[in-house]
Design a protein around this ligand. Structure first.
Ligand SMILES: Nc1ncnc2c1ncn2[C@@H]1O[C@H](COP(=O)(O)OP(=O)(O)OP(=O)(O)O)[C@@H](O)[C@H]1O
Length: 434
């Protein structure tokens, strides 16, 4: 039996994907062998993993992952490593299994990755989107109310529609109320309805959105815009499914699901006394956050193809050069902005491509990322860009670590042998002082 490590580093390993997705392992021993053999400490039943694939060494100050000459290799952020220091937040990939390192006391749970590349009309293959799809798969059939958070253009409305379409209420109505788009004086009647004569202009009884959504779903877009005085009435709808039309005396019971969305931080609105705490807590029971596009640039090619497909165009409708440019832009307006630009270029020709400053614009461009590269074929341009990034990164790293290779390898989280290889490739090896 191994002795528990008294060390200061306390971390746990969450299995994000593969057949064991969802499991967690506290790293409280000195050493772990990870692989598919039954004798391993952490057994991962994945055909693409070696019998003994990786050793995890828990030291007092740090945790090391050492590849055991595995057939398919161990990777971190797309780079193969033979040895690296594991830090909280590191995600390593062994075969097709992804493992995330988190602090021992983290409340983060392993969210297994969905095998889907779309949920309704939402598409994505990035880890972040596949986590979202897993959540949506679980939330959709249950019928509970859901809060969707995300920046503008991240697909909140598509997400609400998909939740509706994949629920038991799919055959019922899907009613959208955009609270940012209605005059505040009309919101009450729009949501709750009114009786004839309730106010000037109320010429007949009218059912509000909740009643009209009977048997289906109400999508409350920009719920943060709901005036404070109406918030207790929404809370009553959520808790008791009861609505009272403006001017009526009695409550009616309604059977519908509420999906609300916000692009603002509702917790901040609660602190600023603009949103009721009780309503926030009720809404936030089931929450899903759609990641910004800049957090998942690997989804851009698929999104471009999806937009082209929806326009009836083949992927070849855009040149590799334009695609490379679109893949580098940070998209503050998210997928909506990307869609608009793709449509513009397809309709007006590639000369109509607006000027798109690349990611990190404003900062000095890495030496490999000059616009001259953008005239090259995609593969070559990408390689040059990566080379430029590697060179700049290594120079900065060596300066920071005063040429000490051991320190540099620790700081960068890459194996010494690999680091030396990279330095040699870029003619920087003679600066080794370590
Ligand atoms: N993951 C995605 N896959 C495919 N299309 C997407 C995705 N996300 C967004 N879109 C497209 O982007 C556009 C904006 O999406 P949507 O209206 O759902 O965003 P939103 O978050 O509700 O925006 P807002 O906060 O401004 O209302 C739509 O055309 C939608 O089709």
């Amino acid at each position: 039996m191994r002795v528990a490590a008294p060390g200061r580093v306390r971390m746990k390993l969450l299995v994000l994907s593969g057949t064991d997705a969802g499991r967690g392992y506290s790293l409280d021993q000195r050493e772990y062998i990870v692989g598919k053999a039954p004798t391993c400490d952490i057994i991962l039943p994945d055909k693409t993993i070696s019998r003994q694939h990786l050793r995890i060494e828990v030291r007092d100050e740090h945790v090391l992952a050492v590849d055991l000459d595995s057939r398919n290799g161990s990777f971190c952020e797309g780079l193969r490593f033979s040895q690296m220091e594991l830090r909280p937040g590191s995600v390593i990939t062994l075969g097709t299994t992804e493992l995330k390192v988190v602090p021992e006391d983290s409340r983060e749970r392993a969210m297994p990755l969905s095998g889907r590349d779309h949920f309704g009309a939402l598409v994505g293959t990035s880890r972040k989107m596949r986590e979202v799809f897993t959540l949506l798969e679980r939330m959709a059939p249950g019928g509970s109310d859901v809060l969707i958070q995300g920046e503008t253009g991240t697909g909140k409305e598509l997400c609400a529609e998909a939740l509706h379409n994949e629920s038991k209420r799919a055959k019922g109505p899907f009613i959208i109320v955009d609270l940012a788009g209605i005059a505040p004086s009309l919101i009450e009647s729009e949501l709750f309805g009114h009786v004839k004569g309730a106010f000037t202009g109320a010429q007949s009884d009218r059912a509000g959105a909740f009643e009209r959504a009977a048997g289906g779903t109400v999508f409350l877009d920009e719920v943060g815009e709901l005036p404070l005085d109406l918030q207790p009435r929404l809370l009553r709808v959520l808790e008791r499914r009861q609505v009272k039309r403006v001017g009526a005396n009695d409550y009616r019971t309604v059977d519908m699901r509420v999906v609300a969305a916000t692009h603002v931080d509702l917790e901040g609105a609660v602190k600023a006394n603009k949103f009721r705490r009780d309503l926030y807590h009720r809404l936030a029971v089931l929450r899903v956050t759609l990641p910004a596009l800049r957090e998942r640039p690997e989804d851009i090619p698929l999104l471009i193809d999806t937009v082209l497909g929806r326009m009836g165009k083949p992927p070849s409708a855009l040149s590799d050069q334009t695609r490379a440019l679109l893949s580098q832009y940070p998209w503050p307006g998210n997928v909506r902005e990307l869609r608009n630009v793709v449509e513009q270029v397809v309709n007006l020709g590639e000369e109509a491509l607006p000027e798109l400053p690349p990611l990190g614009a404003g900062a000095e461009q890495p030496s490999g990322a000059s616009t001259a590269e953008l005239d090259l074929p995609f593969k070559e341009a990408k390689e040059r860009l990566i080379e430029g990034f590697e060179r700049d990164y290594l120079k900065g790293l060596l300066e920071r670590c005063e040429g000490n290779i051991s320190r540099a390898s620790r700081e960068a989280g890459i194996d010494r042998v690999y680091l030396r290889k990279l330095l040699r490739k870029h003619g920087l090896e003679d600066r080794d002082g370590g």
